[in-house]
Design a protein around this ligand. Structure first.
Ligand SMILES: NC(=O)c1ccc[n+]([C@@H]2O[C@H](COP(=O)([O-])OP(=O)(O)OC[C@H]3O[C@@H](n4cnc5c(N)ncnc54)[C@H](OP(=O)(O)O)[C@@H]3O)[C@@H](O)[C@H]2O)c1
Length: 193
């Protein structure tokens, strides 16, 4: 398959590319890659389909931890625009433009318990999971849509100077994307462990 990976230069994206590149042709995308798109700029996403992919994986954008009291209305809109609305737009375009056997795999996240500032991220993750469940039921045929919702990734915890033992290794996380791309699941949320 030809697979567009949005966020291919990030921690998760690099591991996803490594898990897929032996068997598939990868088109690497980020805001600074030769093939560019910005999840916050919805109009930039349509161009990705000019490469005629069979599948799309999105592991880009992030919602920073910010306590509710520190948020401005503009920050709320901006945070929702990238990870939530950008991925929904990618899914909408994928439903129209991927072949019937294709798939799109999005990225959410899992907070096993609320942590300070996690409200908007939790909103986005829950929204993505509900979205793929609903559209998966609505579309039993055609391109499949799923979401991977990792908890903390070990390498990220270690980069933050924290104990990585409670995290999931990025290689295990990448394997969840590979299984969704190569399998037949639709409308599911996978929490890699
Ligand atoms: N790391 C964790 O512990 C963890 C846990 C749970 C969930 N997640 C989720 O997993 C995803 C990837 O995380 P990560 O740790 O791999 O992040 P990362 O290392 O910061 O990588 C992010 C990637 O996305 C690209 N990107 C960022 N904003 C973008 C935008 N608006 N449009 C297009 N591309 C964009 C970046 O490249 P450019 O800067 O060149 O665009 C980079 O390739 C995120 O959604 C994150 O919330 C991560």
């Amino acid at each position: 398959m030809k697979i567009v990976v949005v966020g291919a230069t990030g921690l998760v994206g690099r591991a996803v590319v490594a898990a897929l590149e032996a068997r598939h042709e990868i088109v690497s995308v980020s805001r600074r890659s030769p093939v560019r798109a910005d999840l916050r700029d919805l109009a930039s996403l349509g161009g990705l389909f000019e490469t005629a992919p069979d599948a799309v994986v999105c592991c880009a954008a992030n919602v920073p931890l910010r306590p509710l009291g520190d948020l401005t209305a503009e920050q709320v809109a901006d945070d929702l625009r990238g990870k939530l609305l950008g991925q929904v737009e990618l899914a909408r375009l994928s439903a129209e433009r991927l072949p019937a056997g294709g798939s799109i795999t999005l990225t959410g996240g899992t907070f096993t318990e609320p942590i300070p500032g996690s409200g908007l991220g939790a909103l986005v993750n829950a929204g993505l999971e509900s979205f793929v469940r609903s559209v998966g039921a609505e579309r039993p045929h055609g391109p499949r849509i799923n979401v991977v919702s990792p908890g903390w990734i070990r390498e990220t915890l270690e980069a933050m100077g924290e104990d990585g033992a409670g995290g999931t290794s990025v290689a295990v996380v990448a394997e969840a994307y590979r299984e969704l791309v190569e399998g037949d699941a639709r409308g599911t949320t996978v929490v890699p462990r």
